[in-house]
Design a protein around this ligand. Structure first.
Ligand SMILES: [Zn+2]
Length: 330
């Protein structure tokens, strides 16, 4: 059976097919005329993927989960045909239309975040064990923000003032630092955005508010844990020294933490809500990580950066703007 590069969304798989193909032909799965190779080329990879799952009472079909979590295939229909091809070789305990879930060892590993959240909110806070994170090297820097990078931060100008100074654009003094998703009360971190537009949303400006936008420059190369980085399961399978189970657990755990970091602060939240993500940030700090990157929940596609050391970036320019349009939808 021949498979072509058009069958996959995963760039690594597309490249592999183009590199390995000895010519173009009609794909047995999607019907396109393109670079093709024998589907057996991916046999070990799909064996690994299918072995991550077991028959479940709830959940979705294997196609839905693989597509939703890893975006491997160009469409669910093509994904279903390819997964069915490998499933028919047998030995997995489920078929293409059955409901499946990640196998219990993976579900248990992923439940660690929920357990940790409950523990630090309700049981013990300051001497929580993070041994799973230690043992599996979950919290490690995965990108660098280079020296000289520009980042942005906005503040609403208080009434009676016309502008804010560079100094006023930094984080609040320790005695005025309230708790956030990343920082505990009294320990200010520098909250920035990678683009200016996201700051308008993050500052929660109202119609006709005047805001100042500070442009910050990073002083030195910073080691960052980037929660927005995407993983090609295929690339990881071929290049990581770890098992596919561990790769998947690490990646999905970071996604779970990231989802909590990105949750908007709500007016009636208690500060207990923030303790688990504050714990992760402090853990990053003690591990020598300079900051984190995660998606903004207030501006689609926007990315926030939190730097743990307020001196890692300095404000080089401030400009002021008036908010003249606000879109609200329910
Ligand atoms: Zn195809």
């Amino acid at each position: 059976m021949l498979v072509c590069d058009c069958c996959f969304n995963d760039i690594e798989m597309q490249i592999e097919i183009c590199n390995e193909s000895s010519g173009a032909g009609v794909c047995d799965f999607c019907g396109q005329f393109s670079s093709v190779i024998d589907i057996e080329h991916f046999s070990d990879f799909f064996k690994g993927v299918l072995s991550l799952f077991e028959l479940g009472n709830e959940g979705n079909t294997i196609t839905d989960i693989v597509q939703n979590d890893w975006n491997l295939f160009v469409s669910n229909d093509v994904g279903k045909l390819i997964l069915e091809y490998f499933l028919n070789k047998g030995g997995y305990g489920f078929s293409i239309n059955d409901k499946v879930e990640y196998k219990s060892s993976i579900r248990n590993a992923l439940s660690i975040w929920e357990e940790l959240k409950k523990q630090v909110r309700e049981e013990k806070r300051f001497f929580t064990s993070l041994s799973y994170f230690d043992d599996n090297k979950i919290i490690v820097p995965n990108t660098i923000i280079p020296k000289g990078t520009k980042l942005y931060r906005a503040r609403v100008i208080p009434s009676g003032k016309h502008y804010l100074t560079k100094k006023e654009m930094g984080c609040p003094p320790k005695d005025k630092a309230t708790a956030g998703r990343a920082n505990p009360i009294g320990i200010p971190y520098l909250y920035l955005c990678i683009d200016e537009a996201t700051t308008y949303y993050e500052v929660r400006a109202l119609y006709l508010d005047m805001i100042s936008i500070g442009i910050f420059e990073v002083k030195e190369n910073l080691n960052i844990l980037d929660f927005t980085s995407e993983l090609s399961l295929y690339y990881a399978f071929n290049n990581a020294s770890d098992s596919l189970d561990n790769i998947l657990c690490k990646y999905k755990l970071l996604q779970l933490i990231s989802r909590d970091l990105s949750k908007p602060l709500r007016r009636f939240d208690t500060e207990l809500e923030y303790v688990p993500t504050q714990l992760i940030c402090e853990y990053c700090k003690v591990r020598g990580i300079d900051g984190i990157k995660f998606y903004s929940s207030l501006h689609k596609g926007g990315v926030n950066v939190v730097l743990f050391n307020n001196d890692s970036a300095h404000c080089i320019k401030v400009k002021s703007k008036e908010i003249n349009r606000v879109d609200i939808s329910v």
